[in-house]
Design a protein around this ligand. Sequence first.
Ligand SMILES: C[S@@+](CC[C@H](N)C(=O)[O-])C[C@H]1O[C@@H](n2cnc3c(N)ncnc32)[C@H](O)[C@@H]1O
Length: 236
Amino acid sequence: MTRYFRDHPARTGDRMLLKMEHYLEHYDELLADWQGRDVSFLEIGVYKGGSLPMWQGFLGPGSRLVFLDIDPACRDLALQGTTVEIGDQADPVFLEEVGVAHGPFDLIIDDGGHKMHQQITSFRHLWPRLADRGLYIVEDVHTSYWPGFGGGLRAPASFIEFAKDLIDRMHSWYTEDDAGFPLHPMAKEIGGIRFYDSLVVIEKRLKEAPVAITAQNGQVSRSRRMLEVRGRRSIF
Ligand SMILES: C[S@@+](CC[C@H](N)C(=O)[O-])C[C@H]1O[C@@H](n2cnc3c(N)ncnc32)[C@H](O)[C@@H]1O
């Protein structure tokens, strides 16, 4: 497995990088297949600019790298081959402009202000800009437990509760209460959700209603009977 991210801090130059150390191991595991690939990348949060060379060195030379920050001083931190856009990650109009100008993205990292409304608004407006098989990563979700950031344990407006709700949306194919819990459109878009310590990763995978298969002697049969018998009118 690559050690690119874990080895990176020792290779940094004079631009400061600010990350929780344990993210680096998760990124080495999670993104191993992405190394050297030409992709479209967006990170919210520039700060001192230390993550620009990190991502540029990891992704392929033909990648499009876009960063955004609310602080106009970050504009000067753009590197050749990268773009820094200045605006508020909680402003839907700004997010729309970024999405139209630079999307769709294969990889989106939210390492911005870490307040609940910022993380949720960014997700709502940028998720449609994520490409099929792309990853949306939200860093520092421990702020969901901090009242000063709009969080608190089980606080309904926290990002972590929003992310838990995505689990239900992903599984909304399967309920037996079609009226009370109909199919949510995101069930057709979310391939998986991973919760790490302080990181949430949501994978986009466009799909149709799940099928069960039976296979014997190389003969494969597919069926959606499991859903049909539960009267899921919202699916069919
Ligand atoms: C944790 S730092 C980013 C660190 C950087 N990604 C790194 O890896 O070194 C957070 C950044 O988010 C920016 N920020 C805070 N609120 C924001 C908002 N509402 N919209 C966009 N950026 C915001 C701050 O100006 C700050 O530069």
